[in-house]
Design a protein around this ligand. Structure first.
Ligand code: NA7
Length: 545
């Protein structure tokens, strides 16, 4: 086995440690291993799957389509796997990732139930010391050294609970969508409240409503919601894609979101209003996020965006019978897409059920959790179960929850005290040999994240081969390159409507978090072009030694 050559002193235990066994980490492990590197992957979950291991609440499903939300790096894999539905359910994605782990023999290098707690860089040996702790007594308390550390920790893996007084005093069943019990929950006969109406809340609410005796939906912000129109896939659907999957992937990589959606026209702002409404209606009937890609200017021109916002608002009153409820469900005050567009199944019709109540927290604030339920406004809701679908400390949270210390013992939390500064979303100045997959500064959550992880994984794999070929032991982004990229990320976001909402893209959901737009809004093709250009120019903006 060929190794990344050791620096003077002790050779590290591994060429690379990969953190996280989701889409990014599994692929990273496979890429580095197939290049002959010695790799160890640590995963906190009890199985592979990452996000799709933890978020196993009823109704959990990807909001991008199966054919897109899957690996393209191996033709045999994409040919042999048969997705059963248009949008993949959480159990099916988990099966898929387990299949990938088996198919490529990845398990022997994966340590499950093991959380990476710290990573400290040793500037003399050009290696990281990674420490782990067992989760639920099942994993390993290890200390290993590695030349490279690749953080594939996911964008949405640090769950958040609201800062409501008394949250620990509730004596009923307290649940979080992001850490759902593996053996499920029976809500029959129960009085339940769900806090949060983002993607997770919108997916779980109809499922709980169908079972529970009474469901209170505690909504702080009404978001824009479009129908999924999920359906089983037929053999003909699969054949249509698989007959030339390469071309399908290429089209996706050429598209802003990393998914090919045909344009209805160039500009919503200047389109004929009747034709524009017909175009939105067609997308609404088709289902999914493609409505956001109907016109090129929807995410950059507020007037164009407002035409779509108006269309989507109009749909709610058509579905929800009670006019007051429909009004409270109607998003106001921010553009479509500035908070992630939610893709639903049965969400709005759920509010026509007699056992469901919408509680608008802007009218009746959630002030307290107590032993028997919650206080909203001046009333008490007595509950048997309280479900939090209150989101994540996105993008930076998973990285900052690990004690990462780079050169000169500098902590990542200090380096990012004003928000994340990265080079290409791949590297951080002052943190040599540390790389991130779908991290802040990459398109990540603003794209089909699997296309982003594949781009990053391939790029990092090629970099590792380059280091080996030239007997190099250290790679680090320069402060200037990281600064310039981070400014570019900010300027690109400012050119869109995406910064005009209190979203988790901006860290606005976490009190005290610097308000910085974290994902790269320049689109997948431009991002890939820039990453390729940097590599082609001999890793411009990096110091290799
Ligand atoms: P999101 O999209 O962050 O949604 C969280 C929801 O929880 C959202 O409606 C929040 O309201 C609400 N929330 C958060 N904190 C509170 C408090 N303190 N009180 C009341 N309500 C609160 O997370 P999801 O898990 O639904 O989705 C995350 C991503 O996963 C999703 O975009 C897909 O990519 C998959 P707010 O809007 O902040 O007012």
């Amino acid at each position: 086995m060929s190794r990344l050559s050791p620096a003077p002193g002790r050779a590290p235990d591994y060429d690379a440690v990969v953190v996280g066994a989701g889409f990014g980490g599994l692929h990273m492990l496979r890429r580095l291993r197939s290049a002959g590197f010695r790799v160890r992957l640590f995963e906190a979950g009890g199985e592979v799957g990452g996000t799709w291991y933890w978020n196993r609440y009823p109704g959990a499903r990807c909001d991008f389509e199966s054919f897109d939300y899957s690996y393209g790096f191996d033709e045999a894999l994409q040919q042999e796997w048969n997705w059963s539905e248009r949008y993949p359910s959480q159990p099916e994605i988990l099966q898929y990732l387990n299949h990938v782990a088996d198919r490529f023999g990845l398990r022997e290098d994966i340590v499950l139930s093991t959380r990476v707690t710290s990573a400290h860089y040793d500037s003399e040996n050009h290696a990281w010391t990674v420490r782990t702790s067992p989760v639920d007594g099942a994993g390993e308390a290890a200390e290993v050294t590695a030349r490279l550390v690749v953080m594939a920790t996911g964008a949405l893996s640090s769950p958040r609970l609201p800062d409501v007084p008394g949250i620990d005093t509730f004596e009923g069943l307290r649940l979080q969508t992001s850490t759902w019990p593996a053996d499920g929950v029976d809500f029959s006969g129960k009085r339940v409240a769900v806090v949060g109406t983002g993607s997770s809340g919108v997916q779980v609410i109809p499922k709980i409503a169908a079972q529970a005796d009474r469901l209170h939906v505690l909504q702080r912000t009404a978001g824009f919601v479009v129908p999924a129109h999920n359906r089983p896939l037929t053999a003909a659907d699969r054949d249509a894609v698989k007959s030339d999957y390469r071309a399908y992937r290429d089209r996706a990589l050429d598209a802003f979101l990393g998914i090919h959606f045909p344009l209805a026209g160039e500009s919503a702002a200047t389109a004929d209003p009747v034709e524009r409404t017909a175009a939105y209606e067609a997308r609404w009937q088709q289902g999914g996020a493609s409505i956001l890609a109907c016109y090129r200017d929807l995410l950059v021109d507020p007037a164009a965006n407002e035409s779509l916002a108006e269309f989507l608002r109009g749909k709610i009153a058509e579905i929800v019978h009670d006019g007051d409820v429909a009004k409270r469900l109607t998003p106001q005050g921010f553009p479509v897409g500035a908070k992630r567009l939610v893709v639903e199944t049965d969400y709005y019709p759920t509010f026509n059920r007699p056992n469901v109540e919408l509680v608008d927290l802007r009218e009746e604030p959630l002030t307290q959790v107590n032993s028997t339920g919650v206080r909203v406004g001046d009333r008490q809701l007595d509950l048997d179960a309280l479900v939090f679908a209150t989101g994540f400390d996105a993008l930076t949270g998973p990285l900052l929850s690990i004690d990462i210390q780079g050169a000169d013992n500098r902590r990542l939390s200090e380096a990012w005290s004003d928000g994340p500064t990265t080079y290409l979303g791949l590297a951080v100045a002052g943190f040599p040999n540390l790389l991130t997959v779908a991290g802040p500064g990459s398109p990540s959550v603003l794209s089909n994240v699997v296309r982003c992880t594949e781009e990053n994984v391939e790029w990092i794999g090629t970099l590792a081969e380059h280091l080996r070929a030239d007997a190099l032991t250290e790679v680090q982004a320069t402060a200037d390159a990281a600064q310039a990229w981070t400014e570019h990320v900010a300027e690109t976001a400012e050119m869109t409507v995406l910064t005009s909402a209190d979203s988790w893209y901006l860290g606005a959901n976490v009190p005290g978090k610097p308000r910085v737009f974290m994902p790269y809004a320049g689109g997948v093709p431009e991002y890939r072009r820039r990453c390729a250009e940097v590599a082609d120019r001999g890793y411009e903006g990096f110091i290799l030694s």
